[in-house]
Design a protein around this ligand. Structure first.
Ligand code: KG4
Ligand code: ZN
Length: 333
């Protein structure tokens, strides 16, 4: 079963061919980051226009990389939400057109479900049940994955997503968009215990997150230092912010593993690319004897491989969804 998958929910135009949910035959990602960088964040209208300009070319490259033609493809998969509506619509309409013209089944995939299963193509033995920590620019969730069709969100952010907090703190420090990788790199030269930022745990036994407080904490610290004409060590700020955020992510993930009696944690989403988060979780996994899987960096940020994988495991590859399929920008899990 060869699935041609399309992902255009934000600022990456991506096309992949995935065989039987696990084997990556191609993975094409065109990132618009350099364009949006000029504006300090993703501009939705510009994202849609660029998807539109690139989509045909990326589909062709996805097939060429796999040395396949449309005839070899068994089904088309596409992200239909959540995401930016104009950006999603480009992928959804392209996929619908392909499915109709080629008379192949269309599979609609939830973007976050894609992230949750993104590591499957790299770890042949990985399968549910597991707990997934989804940490991206738009979402922060703890999900109990009982099997491919039973996903239960036990905790989510009540305000900013963790990636959003990284991006906002980076902007405060004058770093370019996207800020996550910048903070990651800068923190390596700083001292994570130099400044104490308050960790927000909300209810003691709960799994919800809140990251708006720490964002304001960093801003207040910088303003106070400026008022007092004291120096600001950006590397220490980055490292201390990162340590505070990661403390909460690690603690809540471990609590969930214990409570739900699971021994496998899967990390997913753009922030899963963070070197310190990966290191802290891998260390905890060694000490507490649980398995921890994180996709390679290329599969952490948005990509179509995860959509092809999720389509195979969670969609119905034998029959098409209705071609009246629409983009759903705030699709819930
Ligand atoms: O999953 P993703 O590509 O898009 C969404 O679905 O949101 O995640 C993008 C987010 C951005 O906020 C970006 O700053 C963050 O992931 N990110 C990182 C790192 N790489 C990307 N955050 C921390 N450390 C990184 N190395
Ligand atoms: Zn994403």
């Amino acid at each position: 079963m060869k699935i041609l998958a399309i992902e255009t929910s934000c600022d990456e135009t991506s096309v992949a061919v995935v065989e039987d949910g696990r084997k990556v035959l191609s993975n094409q990602i065109y990132s618009q980051i350099d364009i949006h960088k000029l504006y300090g964040g993703v501009v939705p209208e510009i994202a849609s226009r660029n998807h539109l300009e690139k989509i045909s070319q990326i589909v062709d490259s996805g097939l060429a990389e796999a040395s396949l033609t449309f005839d070899d493809i068994d089904a088309i998969a596409v992200t239909y939400g959540p995401g930016l509506v104009g950006a999603l619509l480009v992928g959804v309409n392209y996929a619908k057109t392909l499915a109709y013209a080629l008379n192949k089944p269309l599979i609609a995939v939830h973007h976050i479900v894609g992230h949750i299963f993104s590591a499957l193509t790299e770890y042949p033995d990985l399968k549910p049940p597991f707990i997934c920590l989804v940490a991206s620019g738009g979402h922060t969730q703890l999900v109990v994955v009982e099997d491919y069709h039973s996903l239960n969100v036990i905790g989510k952010t009540r305000d900013d997503a963790v990636g959003e907090a990284y991006d906002k703190v980076a902007r405060t420090l004058g770093l370019p968009y996207p800020g996550g990788p910048q903070i990651d790199a800068l923190a390596k030269t700083g001292d994570g215990s130099a400044i104490h930022f308050k960790r927000t745990y909300l209810e003691k036994d709960g799994y919800d997150f809140s990251f708006s407080g720490i964002k304001s904490g960093v801003l207040n610290y910088i303003n106070q230092q400026r008022q007092k004409k004291l120096p600001i060590n950006a590397a220490d700020v980055a490292a201390s912010f990162q340590e505070a955020v990661i403390d909460v992510l690690v603690d809540k993930s471990l609590m969930a593993l214990q409570k739900y009696k699971m021994d496998t944690l899967v990390l997913a989403g753009g922030v899963a690319a963070n070197s310190r988060l990966r290191e802290r979780l891998m260390t905890a996994a060694k000490i507490k004897a649980f398995n921890c899987y994180a996709p390679s960096l290329k599969l952490c940020t948005d990509n179509a491989v995860m959509i092809g994988c999720a389509a195979y495991y969670t969609g119905d590859v034998t029959k098409s969804v209705d071609l009246a399929l629409n983009a759903v920008p705030s699709l819930k899990l």
